[in-house]
Design a protein around this ligand. Structure first.
Ligand code: DAH
Length: 356
């Protein structure tokens, strides 16, 4: 290869090695192969050589062009890769670092309370089940042993919607999460161990009632389940939820169409100070009972073989008691000042190890 071509090759190679950015690389490319590049200039000068020289030099120049084109391309790829590696280094995010700016959002007390309830029951091997807000009257009432003219239906007056296509009976916005019991038993049979948190609706509106509120249902169906299991499970839940290992819990006979026997569950508190677990007063927090044999039969389960207990709690009520929230309506007003005060940090989720 002629001397000047050798020199061009050497110079181009060292310029390429020195190039570390796209811009530097592109400058080498243009000054070599570009329209006024060095190699292009040499090609242009070919005409001034004798035919014999032109042939030889032309071949050398073509080889050199191919060689340099390949080298430049290769270096281009290297630089691209270097740039990528550099970005990956620089833009690395350590997701375990605490944020340097204050976190703005807060977890709503309803969501937090549902999370706490779910966490406790998960530790007792319950899974979370869900049902629709728009429910058939059969799931919401009839299958729960509450026939059409039962007084419990009037107590739970709600909002009616047109029937499903091809059906006759109007649907309802569910008045309780208890219908999820029915859906779960029909879908999965037994054994069952679920909780079902969710929205519920009633035609009520005053300081202590909202037309939309939240409940959390629970259902256990297994062989040999007794009232003892119900009591053990719910005492444990309440003591963990309120973080009071000695919390007094009272089981008081009551009535629900879908359980027999039925009971309401009270916790000890002081009416005057509002303190939970202290004082001589009782406060109702849960409804519960042994699943009525007719409910099991409605879901295709043999009550001779299967027994169960069920319970239902009001999420707002538990959230108010635990967090000292005085007014039910404030849950739904979307007042940011309220949410900043009563909301929970998104960075400290409910876990059992830390206690609640
Ligand atoms: N569904 C009842 C209500 O809305 C609460 C309830 C009571 C649910 C007893 C239950 C239960 O599962 O066994 O008042």
């Amino acid at each position: 290869m002629a001397n000047d071509l050798e020199t061009l090759k050497r110079e181009t190679l060292s310029a390429l090695t020195a190039a570390h950015t796209q811009v530097e690389w592109d400058a080498v490319r243009v000054s070599t192969l570009g329209r006024s590049g060095k190699l292009t200039a040499l090609l242009r000068q070919l005409g001034s050589f004798s035919p014999q020289e032109r042939k030889e030099r032309g071949q050398s120049l073509n080889r050199l062009r191919d060689e340099l084109t390949a080298l430049i391309e290769e270096r281009g790829k290297e630089i691209e890769e270097e740039a990528l590696q550099q970005r990956l280094q620089q833009e690395r995010v350590d997701v375990t670092q605490p944020p340097t700016v204050p976190v703005q959002g807060k977890i709503h007390p309803i969501s937090r309370t549902i999370e706490e309830i779910t966490t406790i029951f998960s530790a007792m091997n319950f899974r979370v089940a869900e049902g629709p807000d728009v429910e058939t009257q059969w799931h919401n009432f009839s299958a729960l042993n509450t026939p059409a003219h039962h007084p419990a239906r009037t107590e739970q007056d709600t909002f009616y919607l047109p029937p499903e296509a091809g059906k006759e009976e109007a649907r309802v916005l569910r008045t309780q999460t208890s219908g999820v019991q029915i859906r779960t038993m029909l879908d999965d049979g037994a054994p069952v161990r679920i909780i079902a948190p969710g929205r519920t609706y009633r035609a009520d509106h005053d300081a202590t009632h909202s037309p939309m509120f939240h409940q959390c249902e629970g259902l256990v169906v297994e062989e040999g389940i007794t009232l003892g299991h119900l009591k053990g499970c719910l005492i444990e839940f309440l003591r963990v939820f309120f973080n009071k290992p000695e919390l007094p819990v009272r089981f008081r006979a009551s009535y629900f169409p879908f359980t027999e026997p039925s009971m309401e569950i009270d916790i000890g508190w002081s009416k005057t100070s509002g303190e939970i677990g202290a004082g001589a007063d009782w406060l109702e927090v849960l409804g519960a009972g042994m699943v009525h044999p007719r409910v099991l039969a409605n879901c295709g389960l043999d009550p001779q073989r299967w027994q169960g207990f069920a319970f239902g709690m009001g999420v707002e009520r538990l959230a108010m008691l635990k967090n000292g929230i005085p007014d039910l309506r404030s849950f739904y007003e979307s007042d940011l000042r309220w949410l900043r005060h009563y909301g929970f940090s998104a960075l400290s989720p409910a876990t059992l190890t830390e206690g609640f």
